[in-house]
Design a protein around this ligand. Sequence first.
Ligand code: FUB
Ligand code: ZN
Length: 678
Amino acid sequence: MAASSRPLSPRNVTVTDPFWAREMALIRQAVIPYQWEALHDRVPDAAPSWWAHNMRAAARAVAAKKAGKLYLAAHHSDKIETLPEEGKAPLEDAFYGFVFQDSDGYKWLEAVAYQLMAKPDPALQAQAQEAVDMICAAQEEDGYLDTFYTLTGRERAFTNLRDNHELYCLGHLVEAAVAWHQATGREDLLDAARRFAGCVAEKFGPGKERGCPGHEIAEMALLRLYEETGETQWKNLAEFFLNVRGTEPSTFALEENARRREKGQPELPVTAARYAYHQAHMPVREMKEAVGHAVRQMYLCCGMADDARLSGDQDMAAACQRLWDSVVHEKLYITGGVGGTHVGEAFSRPYDLPSDTAYSETCAAIGLAFFARRMLQLAPKSGYADVMEQALYNTVLSGMALDGQSFFYVNPLEVDPDACESDARLRHVKPVRQKWFGCACCPPNIARIVSSLGSYIATQTDDTLFFHLYIGHDQKVVLNGQEISLRMEADLLKSGEVRLSVLSGQADGVLAFRDPAWAGNAHVVIPAGVKSWSEEGYLYAKGHWKEGDTVTIHFTMPVKAVTASPLVRETLGQVCFTRGPLVFCAEEADNGKPLHLLFACPDRVAEAQEKTMLIDSVPLPALTVPGKRMRAPAEHAPLYQPWTPADLEDTLITLVPYFAWGNRGKGEMRVWLREDKE
Ligand code: FUB
Ligand code: ZN
C-alpha cells in the first residue's frame, strides 16, 4: 500500500492568495469576534445561541453537585419544554436551545486555534482561554461534559444516543481540544476532552455496552485524539463505534425500546434496516449508497476514511470509495453541495437534485470537503481534489456573506424571494442570509474550515508534497528530512497562472501538482534535471529542489457551459456556466426579473466576456454571456393559449460567482438557466 499523506499544519502555511487571504482575514477580524458575541447572545436581533448561558449554568450545576446539592433545571427549545422540579435549580439556569448547543462554541474555539497557529494573537488567545475555562468549569467530576444532561438530569445521560448528540458534542470538544493543544501547547482542554472520552469509554466498548453516535463526528475526532496523543484507547473507541454501527440488534432500536417500555408503549422491531437516516442500517464496510442525514453521512465517511488510513483496513477503504462514488456520480450539486432534500436535511434518491427546494446545508458541503481531503490522504487522485475545491469555492463560501456578518444554512440553486415567503414548501429557503440561527451549526463550521485552509491546500508524505489546491501561500515543509520554504503564487479567481518558487533551503523530493478537471491543456515548466511523470491526475516532479528553483504552470481556464446528466429531471434542458472552480449564477440585481424568462445560448459560450465587478466593495469576477429573454406576457393575457413560437429578444446575461449571491439585497437568483434551442 502506498504511504498515506498528512495535511500541512496551518502553522506552516501562510495564505497570501488575493482572494483567500481576504477570507482568512475576514474570519479573524470580523467573523470570530462576531461569533463570540453571538455565543453570548449579544448580537441585536439575532436568534439566541445560549452557548455561554448553558455553559455558565452547567458550571453552577456542577459546583452545586460537588457541594452535595440537587440541581435540576428546565429545558426550553422550540421543540421541548420541561419545568424544573420545585426548588432544585433557579429558573434562570434552564437549559436553552437544541441538545447540541455546546458544539457551537467548540467549533468557534477550533477556528480560533487555527487562526492562532497561523498568527499568534495574545488578545484572541485570552478570549479563547475564557471559553476554555468556561468549558472546563462545566465538566462533571467523572469527566462527563454535556450541558444538556448536566442541567436537565444526568441520570438520563447516554439513554438516547440516536437523538441527543452527547457523542456529537464529545466529537466537537475533541476536535477543538486537539487544535487548541496544537496551537497553544496547553493541556487544559485536551485533558477535559480525554476525561469526557474516558467517561464514554468506561460505558461503551468491547465487553461493555453497545452503542454508537446518532450524529457522527466522534469517530474522526477520537482518531485525531489518538494521532495527537498516541493513546490507543481512543482509536479503539472510534473503531468500536464504527464496527457496532449497523449491526443487529440495532442499538438505536434497543434504546428506543427502553424508552418505549418506560412510557408503556409497545416495542418496535430491533432490525438495523430502520436506521438508514442515521447510517446505521448496515455494517459500514457493506455500505454502497450515501443516505440519510447529509452531514452525518459525510462525517461518518470521514471517520471511515481516517480509520482506513490508520488501520490499513482495505474493506473500509473500499466502502469509502463506494460512498464517494455514490455522492459524486449521483447526488452532488454542481455547486459542491450535498443533501438535496429538506425532509430530514438528507440525501435523496440518485439524481434527485432540485434547484429551488434544495437543502444543500453549508455543513454538508463542509463535510464533503473534509471527506475529500481524507480520500486524498488515502490516495492522491485529482478527482477528490476537484470535488473538495468545488465545495470550498462554492457552497462553503456561499454560507457566509462577504462581510462575514450573516449566514446561509440552506444553499439553493434557484431563489424567488416571493415564493420563499409565501410557499410553505420553501420555508427552509431564506432569500437573505441570517444573523444567527437557533440551530447554528453552520456559521462556526465555516469559520473552522476556512481558518484551517492550509491543511487543504497540500498534503505530504515523507518524500512527496502534493499540491491539491492552487491557492497562493508560503509554506515550510520537510521532505526527506530537509526543510525548504516554498511560495505559491496563484489567483484562480483571475487566471490559471501558477508559480511555485523555492524561497530557501534545499531538499530531495517530489512535488506533485494536480491537473484540475476544469483546466484545458496545462503548460508546465519545471527546472532542468527534474524528472516528471503523470499519475491519477497529478504531475509528479522529482529532483533536488533548491533556492531559486521555480515551477510555472499555465492552466487555460475557459468559461464553460455545463449541463447535468439527463437523469437529473430538474435541470434537463438547462445550462449553467463555470470558470475554473467557480460556478456562476444570475441575479435579479443585474438581470431584472423574472429570471426564469432568461435563456442562455451555450453554443455561443466562446463569446462570454469576463469583467471585474464590485459586490459589497469586494472585486469579484463576473461574466456576461449571450442569451435571450422571453418577452413577458401582456397584463391579463390568458393562462393558456394556442402554441406559437416563443417571443425572444437578444440579451446579455450577467453572471456572478455563486458564492457571492445575495450580497446586494433580496432578489431572484438562478444557477441553472433554460437553454435556448435555436
Ligand atoms: O444535529 C447537529 C447539526 O444540526 C447537524 O449537523 C445539522 O444538520 C443540524 O441539524
Ligand atoms: Zn450546519
